[in-house]
Ligand binder design. Structure first.
Ligand SMILES: [Zn+2]
Length: 218
């Protein structure tokens, strides 16, 4: 249904996604920028299925900011910053939205969940964990980790995936990815009761939740 996006299309989409912050409650304002063919649930999660898959891919739509404001993203030395310092840029997790969108355009099979309210304690993910049947899934991969080469194996105290799985994924990703046990909460932690292998991988942002937040644009 789709076709692969080229670099210019990806950069343009990224800048559009970053142009305004998206506090929880405003997730649906991103609808025009999201890939077509999915549906919104009652909790404002946006979900798209490609093919028949046992993999759940995840990111979150909301960003840390009290209001929906313009950020003026600017590119300097290969990094994107916000020219306005009132709010974080929102690369956490607009960078994740970009990854999932690119994968959907490349027709990679999976169930793609664009979560609502991650920054408010996983509102959308908790809704899914409670109401949806997740038995079909063997693995969940979220795109919501700072830096460029972490494959998260632990979130807080909880071991979320096996070493075998983490090493296999690092091998597939290449680019210096390594199993990293220093993870914190993200949406898919809500799914560890049902889904055996759960991880979160780096998408290139730094200093998230601060006004100095930056995104590696390479
Ligand atoms: Zn995040």
């Amino acid at each position: 249904m789709n076709s692969k996006m080229n670099e210019r299309e990806l950069l343009n989409l990224l800048l559009s996604l970053l142009s305004r912050t998206t506090p929880h409650g405003q997730e649906r304002t991103l609808a025009p920028l999201l890939p077509a063919g999915g549906g919104w649930d009652e909790a404002d999660n946006y979900i798209i299925e490609i093919g028949n898959s046992t993999t759940l891919f995840a990111c979150h739509l909301d960003t840390v900011c009290a209001e929906r404001v313009k950020t003026k993203p600017c590119l300097r030395d290969g990094m994107i910053y916000s020219a306005k310092q009132r709010c974080p840029l929102g690369a956490d997790d607009k960078a994740g939205i970009l990854c999932l969108t690119a994968m959907i355009h490349a027709n990679i099979p999976g169930v793609y969940v664009f979560h609502a309210g991650e920054e408010c304690g996983g509102v959308g993910a908790n809704y899914i964990a409670e109401l949806y049947n997740l038995d079909q899934f063997k693995r969940a991969v979220e795109f919501d980790r700072r830096g460029i080469n972490s494959v998260i194996t632990k979130m807080g105290w909880e071991v979320t995936c096996s070493d075998t799985f983490a090493h296999a994924l690092c091998g597939q990703l290449g680019m210096g990815f390594f199993p990293d046990p220093t993870g914190v909460y993200t949406d898919v932690l809500s799914y560890t009761d049902t889904i055996p292998e759960v991880t979160n991988i780096s998408v290139g942002y730094y200093a998230n939740h601060t006004a100095k937040e930056a995104l590696n644009a390479a």
